[in-house]
Design a protein around this ligand. Structure first.
Ligand code: ATP
Length: 429
């Protein structure tokens, strides 16, 4: 008990102060003082919730969770998750030491000093069982310095409810930043931005997983640049225009289910790319999009219909060849492709590796997640097979240079908003 009190000096101070007060002045005045402090706290919380959270409540919550959840249960969780070492010199197993706990609005960040011989991967393997022990849906693992692991426990999911559509950047289309456009939020409450210029994006998800929200979220943010001709949008919607028909005013080229139309759009893209390559050879190594040299954005709503079910074998081979050319050469020439598929298998997406940015929406299995995000992504925390049917638009991405996957959710562009965008930002004819 004495050791515990020394490790928690604030509890010791409050307890000793309260006891001293009681002895010196009696319990009625202590009750009145405690009530006054509580009332001031409530008033503060009501009038200035942000500063109250930052300066008071966060500290109380952190202290409480550290004492009554993490310190109390960590050794049990570590044992159950096989994170302890059994050393013959010691009678008891050696448990990784908790270094600190800090509790934010949605996440608890628990820092742990790894034991000699342990590595981040051991904790990634244990993440699922740690999440179950803590009774939360998600436990993220990050090595923040040599030997120190940060375990993130998601207490309250900011992506549980649909996220608001981010406002369209209030910047003229001629100068707007096309490298990254904001289409939703991350699990840390930060804006989620997807690359457009200088990348290709692949999104995979089962029926109703919310692939449309990725596509329209991106088109919507690029709309001011479409309106001034700095972005030329080509749309391939092999589902007969079911998805894309309402926004035809935005397109430079458009193909519905006809195989020859689809190949025509792809041919036009690749021809344009080759012309640009010839014109700018020796002039620049990377095209900065302008009205004169626009960014060509190709959207393919269902890749399987192009690469597997096109119907005409010859045209299908040609479509695959053209897509391959676009994906391998387009980035520096300001040709970008966004493609979506329900199934990320190799026969449907033979060139997965050519998409630098990939999004795993709700999928069937851990294997499918790894197919989209790369080997080991599921193990590192991209649990796309656990995304609920009730949360379309939620997915995982792996950002460049970051090992652990990030959970994200796109805002939803409904039909009314799509009609509005198509009306306000029609492409110049
Ligand atoms: N980001 C989102 N936030 C909230 N609801 C969404 C979101 N995305 C989609 N939805 C809802 O889920 C439904 C299905 O979404 P969507 O059509 O985009 O899925 P999909 O993956 O394109 O499916 P399919 O492959 O069948 O076309 C939408 O009609 C909408 O009601």
């Amino acid at each position: 008990m004495a050791g515990w009190l020394v490790r928690h000096p604030v509890v010791l101070l409050i307890g000793a102060g309260g006891w001293g007060w009681w002895l010196a002045l009696g319990w009625p005045s202590l009750t009145v003082a405690a009530g006054a402090v509580g009332a001031c706290g409530l008033l503060w919380r009501w009038r200035w919730p942000v500063s109250f959270e930052r300066l008071v409540w966060r500290r109380i919550r952190t202290g409480w969770l550290r004492m009554w959840v993490y310190e109390l249960r960590w050794s049990r969780w570590a044992r159950a998750s096989h994170l302890v070492l059994y050393d013959e010199d010691f009678a008891d197993p050696v448990i990784p030491r908790l270094r600190s706990v800090s509790s934010g609005l949605a996440w608890d960040d628990v820092r742990v000093r790894m034991l000699p011989g342990q590595k981040a991967r051991d904790y990634e393997l244990a993440a699922e069982s740690l999440a179950a022990s803590r009774k939360v849906a998600r436990c993220s693992v990050r090595e923040i310095s040599p030997g120190v692991i940060s375990l993130g426990f998601l207490r309250r999911d900011p992506l549980q409810h649909p996220v608001a559509l981010p406002p369209i950047t209030p910047v003229a289309g001629e100068v707007m930043n096309l490298e990254r456009v904001r289409i939703g939020e991350t699990e840390h409450g930060q804006p989620w931005r997807v690359p457009v210029l200088g990348s290709h994006v692949f999104g995979a998800g089962m029926m109703g997983a919310g692939k449309g929200s990725l596509m329209w979220g991106t088109v919507r943010q690029a709309a001011p640049a479409i309106a001034c001709g700095r972005v030329k949008l080509s749309m391939i919607d092999p589902k007969g225009g079911m998805e894309a028909e309402p926004a035809t005013a935005l397109y430079d080229r458009y193909a519905r289910e006809e195989p020859k139309d689809i190949v025509e759009v792809l041919t036009a893209c690749v021809d344009g790319m080759n012309d640009r390559k010839r014109a700018l050879r020796g002039v620049t190594r990377k095209v900065a999009p302008s009205v004169e040299h626009p960014l060509h954005l190709l959207m393919v709503d269902e890749l399987a219909a192009v690469t597997k079910y096109l119907g005409d074998k010859k045209l299908q081979v040609e479509a695959e060849r053209l897509l391959g050319l676009l994906l391998t050469q387009g980035r520096a020439l300001a040709y970008a492709c966004f493609a979506f598929a329900q199934e990320p298998t190799k026969d449907i997406v033979p060139f997965r590796g050519l998409f630098p940015y990939r999004v795993a929406l709700r999928l069937d299995s851990p294997q499918q997640t790894d197919m989209v995000l790369g080997d080991g992504a599921w193990q590192r925390g991209a649990w796309a097979d656990r995304i609920g049917v009730s949360t379309p638009g939620v997915g995982y991405v792996v950002e460049e240079g970051v090992r652990e996957p990030l959970r994200v959710r796109a805002g939803y562009t409904d039909d009314a908003e799509l009609d509005r965008i198509a009306g306000v930002y029609a492409a110049p004819r």
